[in-house]
Ligand binder design. Structure first.
Ligand code: NAP
Length: 463
C-alpha cells in the first residue's frame, strides 16, 4: 500500500485517527510535530514563541523531506499544505487524506489543548481566519476527505479504511462513467486505459480521474501534459477527455466518478458557473468565466487561470499601450490581465458592440478592427480564433505592425499562426499561444495538487 498522509487543520483528529489506522494496517505511525520537537529538543509552542513561525516551517520542511516513502502512516501539522515543496514530497507515491471538521467542533477540541498562537486573535476567530487562509491549499491536498465533526475517531478510521480498500466510486457509477466515455472521441488505446482504471477487477480503487471538459476537445493537449506530470510527480491520477455537447451531462459524470478536477474549454467557460458551489474572485467577479474546477469535500470550486497565462509573459510590459483583438471569453481574461498590468487598453472587434460591452466592464477604449491604424500600439494581443484553421489569414496587414511592437497570439493550435509568422518576419517580439497554455496549465496543476511545477519542466513536456 502507498504511504498514507493525513492533513488538515488542528483539532480534526489527525493524531488519534493516524494511530488507530497505523495499528490496523500494522504500519509505524509518524507525527511530524513530534519529529520537529525531537529534532530541535524543544516544544512547538517554544519554537514559535522564541524563533517565530518561519523557523518552525524551515524545520518542518527538513522533517518532511526525510520521511520514509512507504508502509507508514504520517500525521502532518496543520500548515504543512501551504508550502508547495512539502506538497511535492508528501504527494509522491502517497495517499493524502484531508480530515475536516466544523468550526464549533474544532473550537471545542482545541480548548482542551495548549496551542502556539498564529495570529494573536481569540481562538474562534483564529480558527476561522486560518481555515479560510488555507482552504485552497487543503482542497489541493485532498485525495480523499473525511469529516470528523460528528463522529468518534474509531468510526472515522473505519470510514477511512473503507475508502482505502474500495475507493469512493461504486461499481454502478463506474459503469455509467465508462458508458459516457464510449460516446466521446477518446482514442482507442486511451479508452482501454480508462476501462482498466474504471472496470477492471484488478484495478487500483484509489486511482482518480481529472479531465478536460469541452465540445469539441479531442484536440486538447492537456491530457498528454497532465499525464506526464502525474508520472513525473508520482501521482495516482489519470487525465482524460470529457467531450459532450451538454455540460449538464459532463458535470453529472464528473460528480459520479468523484473526479478531482476539470479544465474547462469552449463552449462551457460561462455555462459551467451555474453548476459550481463557489467561484474565486478573479473568475467570477471580474472575468465572468471559469476554466478550472476543483472538486473537494463535496464542493465544486471554479477558478480562472487563463488570465494568469496571459499576464505572466507580459509582466515586463507594464503600463504600455495595448490593442486587444476580439471580445469573447479569452478576450475577457486578457482584458483583466492587461488592465491589471496598468496598460492602456483598446478592445477592437469584428462586432464593435461586443467590444463596447467588454470595454465598459474593464474601463477600456473600444472600436472596430480598423481602429488599430490610429492607435499604433506597443502590444497587440490576438484573442480571436483567426489562425486556427488552415486557410485563415493574419487579422492584421503588414503595415499595421512594426518592429518595436510585441505581438501575442493566444491561438496555440497551430503553434506558428499566420500572425506569428508575419510578426516574426517584420521583426516584432512574438509570444505564442503555447506560452499562455503552459502558464495556465502550470497554475491549474497548482490548484489541483498544490505543487509548483517549474515552468521549464512544463515547457519541455509541451514542446
Ligand atoms: P469566443 O468566445 O468564441 O470569441 C471569439 C472572438 O473572436 C469574438 O470576439 C469574435 O467576434 C471574434 N472572431 C471570431 N471569428 C472571427 C473572425 N473570423 N474574424 C474576426 N474576429 C473573429 O472564443 P474564445 O474562447 O475567446 O477563444 C478565442 C481564441 O483564444 C481561441 O481561438 C483559442 O484558441 C484561444 N485560446 C487560447 C488559449 C491558450 O491556452 N493559448 C486559452 C483559451 C483560448 P464577434 O464578437 O464578432 O463574434
Amino acid at each position: 500500500m502507498r504511504r498514507i498522509v493525513l492533513c488538515g487543520f488542528r483539532g480534526t483528529g489527525k493524531t488519534e485517527i493516524g494511530k488507530i489506522l497505523a495499528g490496523q494496517l500494522n504500519f509505524p505511525f509518524i507525527d511530524t510535530d513530534n519529529l520537529i520537537e525531537q529534532k530541535t529538543g524543544r516544544s512547538i509552542p517554544s519554537i514559535f514563541h522564541d524563533e517565530g513561525e518561519e523557523r518552525f516551517r524551515a524545520v518542518e520542511r527538513e522533517v518532511i523531506a526525510q520521511l520514509p516513502q512507504k508502509d507508514v502512516v504520517v500525521s502532518t501539522g496543520g500548515g504543512v499544505v501551504i508550502d508547495p515543496s512539502n506538497m511535492e514530497r508528501l504527494r509522491k507515491e502517497s495517499v493524502l487524506v484531508l480530515l475536516v471538521a466544523d468550526i464549533d467542533t474544532i473550537e471545542q477540541r482545541l480548548k482542551r489543548k495548549p496551542r502556539p498562537p498564529l495570529t494573536g486573535l481569540p481562538l474562534r476567530e483564529e480558527i476561522a481566519e486560518m481555515m479560510e487562509r488555507r482552504r485552497q491549499h487543503y482542497h489541493a491536498a485532498a485525495d480523499f476527505c473525511i469529516d470528523t465533526s460528528e463522529t468518534t475517531v474509531e468510526v472515522a478510521t473505519g470510514n477511512l479504511m473503507h475508502i482505502l480498500h474500495n475507493g469512493m466510486v461504486m461499481e454502478k457509477q463506474r459503469e455509467t462513467g465508462m458508458a459516457f466515455f464510449k460516446t466521446g472521441r477518446i482514442p482507442t488505446p486511451k479508452l482501454h486505459a480508462l476501462e482498466a482504471i474504471l472496470t477492471d477487477p484488478a484495478r487500483d480503487p484509489l486511482t482518480r480521474l481529472l479531465g478536460v471538459a469541452g465540445y469539441p476537445c479531442a484536440h486538447s493537449k492537456s491530457p498528454a501534459l497532465f499525464n506526464t506530470l502525474f508520472a513525473n510527480y508520482g501521482l495516482n491520477y489519470s487525465y482524460t477527455w470529457f467531450e459532450d455537447p451538454e455540460i449538464d451531462e459532463i458535470m453529472n459524470v464528473a460528480r459520479e466518478l468523484d473526479v478531482k478536477g476539470l479544465s474547462v474549454t469552449i463552449p462551457f467557460k460561462q455555462d459551467i458557473i451555474e453548476y459550481l458551489d463557489e467561484i474565486d474572485e478573479h473568475a467570477a467577479q471580474h472575468i465572468g468565466a471559469v476554466n478550472t474546477v476543483v472538486f473537494a469535500c463535496g464542493s465544486a470550486i471554479g477558478y480562472n487561470t487563463d488570465w494568469i497565462g496571459i499576464r505572466k509573459p507580459l509582466i515586463s510590459l507594464k503600463g504600455v499601450n495595448a490593442v486587444l483583438l476580439g471580445a469573447g471569453g479569452a478576450a475577457a481574461g486578457a482584458a483583466y490581465a492587461l488592465t491589471d498590468l496598468d496598460m492602456q487598453v483598446t478592445i477592437l472587434n469584428r462586432t464593435p458592440k461586443n467590444a463596447q460591452t467588454l470595454a465598459e466592464r474593464f474601463g477600456c477604449r473600444w472600436g472596430d478592427l480598423q481602429e488599430i491604424d490610429r492607435i499604433k500600439p506597443d502590444l497587440v494581443v490576438n484573442a480571436t480564433p483567426l489562425g486556427m484553421h488552415p486557410d485563415d489569414h493574419s487579422p492584421l496587414r503588414d503595415d499595421q505592425l512594426n518592429k518595436e511592437m510585441t505581438v501575442f497570439d493566444l491561438v496555440y493550435t497551430p503553434p506558428e499562426t499566420p500572425l506569428i509568422e508575419q510578426a516574426r518576419r517584420i521583426g516584432c517580439r512574438t509570444i505564442t499561444g503555447t506560452e499562455m497554455f503552459i502558464e495556465q496549465a502550470r497554475e491549474q496543476f497548482y490548484l489541483f495538487f498544490g505543487i509548483d511545477a517549474p515552468i521549464e519542466r512544463i515547457r519541455e513536456m509541451v514542446l
